[in-house]
Design a protein around this ligand. Structure first.
Ligand code: B4P
Length: 191
């Protein structure tokens, strides 16, 4: 079973690369950002709470996203593997994910961390904000807050996997195809 964490700051290309990877490796894509946006669109109470935080560039509480991932794992028990995109975003989420997988006699195969500098992230997110109208991408101040939140709460998750010998850094700047091919080389070594 291939269980991949695709990691990186907001705008690093996690969602973009996930779309290509699920097709090639037939994995289930679990993006907490997408699941949360789905809850917002449906107007659920979880979505209403999450929207306030996301629009301010803040993280949603750990217990909420851990519960969402736990449900998805239970509902896809016959999957060949998963891509975790935008999760775990805190060390507490990483620990919870290890426990959830261990209870299913599975584990994380590896983390691929996309490296992109801040100026490039801001440029990409502002462009997406203009094109898609995504509220958390539309405002430079909110984008800066998301990056600060990433540096303080999410970046330590890379150390968590590095200590387990599971971290691989990949340059996230370049063409989408070039980055995809570098990620595939790493994944093919897991097998
Ligand atoms: P996410 O939906 O995960 O948002 P993201 O990090 O901005 O997306 P991503 O990194 O996938 O974007 P991509 O690079 O593909 O989270 C949104 C919010 O949800 C968070 O701020 C938080 O509030 C909440 N949340 C989600 N998960 C959570 C969790 N686990 N715990 C707590 N809160 C959580 O794309 C960016 C742009 O770059 C695109 O327009 C793309 O076309 C472009 N791009 C991609 N690759 C490129 C390349 N190589 N060159 C040029 N442009 C490229």
């Amino acid at each position: 079973m291939l269980n991949l964490v695709l990691f990186g700051p907001p705008g690093a290309g996690k969602g973009t690369q996930s779309q290509k990877l699920i097709e090639k490796y037939q994995l289930i894509h679990l993006s907490t950002g997408d699941i949360l946006r789905g809850e917002i669109t449906q107007g659920t109470s979880l979505g209403i709470e999450a929207k306030k935080l996301m629009d301010e560039g803040k993280l949603v509480p750990d217990e909420v996203v851990i519960g969402m991932i736990s449900n998805k794992l239970d509902n896809n028990s016959d999957a060949k593997g998963f891509i975790f995109d935008g999760f775990p975003r805190t060390v507490a989420q990483a620990e919870a994910l290890d426990s959830l997988l261990a209870s299913k006699k599975a584990q994380i195969s590896g983390m691929i961390a996309l490296q992109v500098e801040e100026a490039e992230l801001e440029k990409r997110l502002l462009l997406r904000g203009k094109e898609s109208g995504r509220p958390d991408d539309a405002n430079p101040e909110i984008i800066k807050k998301r990056i600060v939140e990433y540096n303080s709460k999410t970046a330590p998750v890379a150390n968590y996997y590095e200590e387990q010998g599971k971290l691989k850094n990949i340059n996230g700047v370049g063409s989408i195809e070039e980055i995809f091919s570098n990620i595939c080389q790493v994944i093919d070594n897991y097998k």
